[in-house]
Design a protein around this ligand. Structure first.
Ligand code: GTP
Ligand code: SPV
Ligand code: MN
Length: 605
């Protein structure tokens, strides 16, 4: 131990919990993290010495590493919600009896850290001192997790101070590969044959075994800030969401904040760091993945970003698509599963430069350009502090958060969904969120590119019954005084033409949609009512300097929508008695509107 427990904290509950985990996991040493630069450098040097991390010659204080080929993404089939009653986990989660799961976990974690160092990581989700911030303590045997948690959260001494003698969320993590006496370690220890990521929402605890990657292992992120926090939010009257938060300033200097939910690898980081294609508009980034939203004293909805860094998708990040991200990751960045160049830099597909010769692929072997395989793994990521983002909003550190004027829902849909539409009201907005479907991506293990329902982009992240989650959103809506609730929108950057190409250029051009939303929020009447929602009035989206045909992006095909509605109705039956009547009513009204419309009614744009 680098400290004695009582030197480290006076928090008795924390003492007891740590002592129990030491005796269960039997590590060879225990290290209490302070979150300092020296600590980061010391651990990084140790990892570099055994080849797990490769320092990058071309980027100061940055590292490359690659994971085990079977440990490259979130594993949803091994993720569990262990509520007392099965029905409280709902039909979209894997449920396990908490008593049986605890028994299984005790067996898995027993002696799991033999031959390894146990790191104790206190971390704070949310700005230090914020009334909305919460503390977790992650115990892990992965030094990779320590470095990432130091970037992604307010970690170490500061978090311990914020915690004081208060309650914390205990998070136990092991890569699940104990070392026997004298055994040489591998560069990415993990246990793909036995992985369990278990959440106990009622007691507020997290256990993760067998994986060292991303959301499986950085337990502050999806496990705490979404699954556990969503359950807390329901109990306490707030929202924990898979949403980016951005500030949008008009050329006249008026500023609003927007929160937006998109499923994994569907555009949050890119929208949060958008470089506007329209002159005079400014975007600032408050967060790129998670929003915690509470009612402020003025009755509006305020959002904080519980995280302090980005764990962003690397492929597709280029000077054309996201120059701000490229600027952000010039230094002090950990790259996982991207390709490594001969000269000591990183590379990935659609980076905007041709692939250099003799690269090491994201799997750690020499990349063969003829192999047909990508050099970087499609779910390769960068980990970097939000403070390095040139457009990181100064309000991001505001303990009370930023007031939200608009909420956007989006998915990856090659057809059916228009570029943008506005909800008629809050309940219709909740219906739009509940109705998100999206093509699957490499962020989760399994087949990519198949359409699945992903309500509110929370399918893998909701810590309780999804039907109750819809009710909670409806209930939040009832608490707003007239005129104070954010407006709600659905967007789709991913509609394709008959040639299979995206119809909309996306990225910096998405400012055109944000501008339209800004104007709506500011009182414009730029909408046309259609059966599915309010779409922009012809000419009201600023298309100056853009040669993109707009009509196909707003085509509303009655037949397609009849199928969509049928399908949605069938999906919603899954929620049984927990499906809120108000959404049933939205379904009914939508069906009626579609039935009484004709394709000719769809206004030309
Ligand atoms: P998570 O971190 O997994 O939650 O993902 P995210 O929602 O932050 O997704 P991100 O912004 O990293 O985008 C994922 C992929 O979608 C990247 O390869 C992007 O290049 C691509 N993408 C993002 N925005 C757009 C867009 O407007 N149009 C198109 N065509 N692609 C986009
Ligand atoms: C996501 O999958 O939505 C992510 C990446 O943001 S991970 O942290 O691995 O969950
Ligand atoms: Mn995410």
């Amino acid at each position: 131990m680098n400290l004695s427990l009582s030197e480290w904290t006076q928090n008795r509950e924390l003492h007891r919990w740590i002592e129990d985990q030491i005796s269960l996991c039997q590590p060879s040493s225990v290290y209490f993290c302070d979150g300092s630069e020296e600590e980061f450098d010391h651990i990084a040097a140790q990892m570099a010495a055994i080849g797990t991390l490769v320092p990058l010659k071309k980027r100061p204080h940055s590292f490359w590493c690659y994971s085990h080929p079977d440990d490259v993404a979130r594993v949803e089939e091994s993720t569990f919600i262990c509520s007392q009653r099965k029905e409280d986990a709902g039909p979209t989660n894997n449920w396990q009896n908490p008593v049986l799961m605890k028994k299984e976990l005790r067996a898995l974690f027993a002696n799991s850290m033999r031959g390894r160092t146990m790191y104790v990581i206190p971390y704070c989700m949310g700005p230090l001192g914020s009334p909305y911030a919460r503390v977790g303590v992650e115990i892990t045997d992965s030094p990779y997790v320590v470095l990432n948690m130091q970037i992604m959260t307010r970690m170490g001494t500061v978090a311990l101070k914020h915690l004081g003698l208060g309650p914390f969320i205990p998070c136990l993590h092991s890569v699940g590969r104990p070392l026997s006496e004298g055994e040489k370690d591998v560069s990415w220890p993990c246990n793909p044959a036995k992985r369990v990521i278990a959440h106990f929402p009622e007691e507020g605890s997290i256990f993760s075994y067998g994986s060292g990657y991303g959301g499986n292992a950085l337990l502050g992120k999806k496990c705490f800030a979404l699954r556990i926090a969503s359950a807390l939010g329901r109990k306490e009257g707030w929202l924990a969401e898979h949403m980016l938060i951005l500030g949008l300033t008009s050329p006249e200097g008026r500023k609003i904040y927007i929160a937006a939910a998109f499923p994994s690898a569907c555009g949050k980081t890119n929208l949060a760091m958008l470089t506007p294609a329209l002159a005079g508009w400014k975007v600032e980034c408050v967060g790129d993945d998670i929003a915690w939203m509470h009612f402020g004293s003025d009755g509006r909805l305020y959002a904080i970003n519980p995280e302090a860094g980005f764990f962003g998708v690397a492929p597709g990040t280029s000077m054309q698509t996201n120059p701000i991200a490229l600027k952000t990751i010039e230094r002090n960045t950990i790259f996982t599963n991207v390709a490594l160049t001969e000269c000591g830099d990183v590379w990935w597909e659609k980076m905007g430069t041709p692939p250099p010769k003799n690269m090491t692929s994201g799997c750690g072997s020499l990349w063969d350009p003829e192999s047909g395989k990508s050099a970087a793994h499609p779910n390769s990521r960068f980990t970097v502090s939000a403070k390095q983002c040139p457009i990181y909003s100064s309000s991001a550190e505001d303990p009370l958060g930023v007031p939200i004027s608009a909420i956007i829902f989006g998915g990856r849909r090659s057809s059916v969904m228009p570029l943008v539409m506005e909800a008629f009201d809050w309940n219709h907005g909740v219906f739009l969120g509940a109705g998100i479907s999206s093509e699957t991506t490499a962020a989760a293990a399994g087949k990519t590119g198949h359409l699945r329902h992903d309500p509110f982009a929370m399918l893998p992240f909701c810590g309780y019954h999804m039907g109750d989650y819809f009710s909670h959103w409806l209930e939040m809506g009832r608490r707003f005084q007239k005129g104070l609730s954010p407006r709600m929108y659905a967007v789709n950057w991913f509609r394709k033409g008959s040639d299979g190409q995206f119809l909309w250029p996306g990225f910096g051009e998405n400012i055109r949609v944000l501008k339209w939303i800004f104007e709506r929020v500011s009182g414009s009447d730029h909408t046309v009512r259609t059966p599915i929602g309010m779409i922009p009035r012809p000419g009201s989206i600023d298309l100056s300097g853009l040669s993109c045909p707009i009509e196909p992006l707003f085509a509303i095909d009655r037949k397609e929508w009849q199928i969509e509605v049928q399908e949605l109705e069938c999906y919603f039956r899954l929620f049984g008695r927990n499906f809120p009547p108000a959404l049933q009513e939205e379904m009914l009204q939508l069906k009626k509107r579609i039935a009484s419309s004709s394709n000719e009614e769809t206004p030309p744009l």
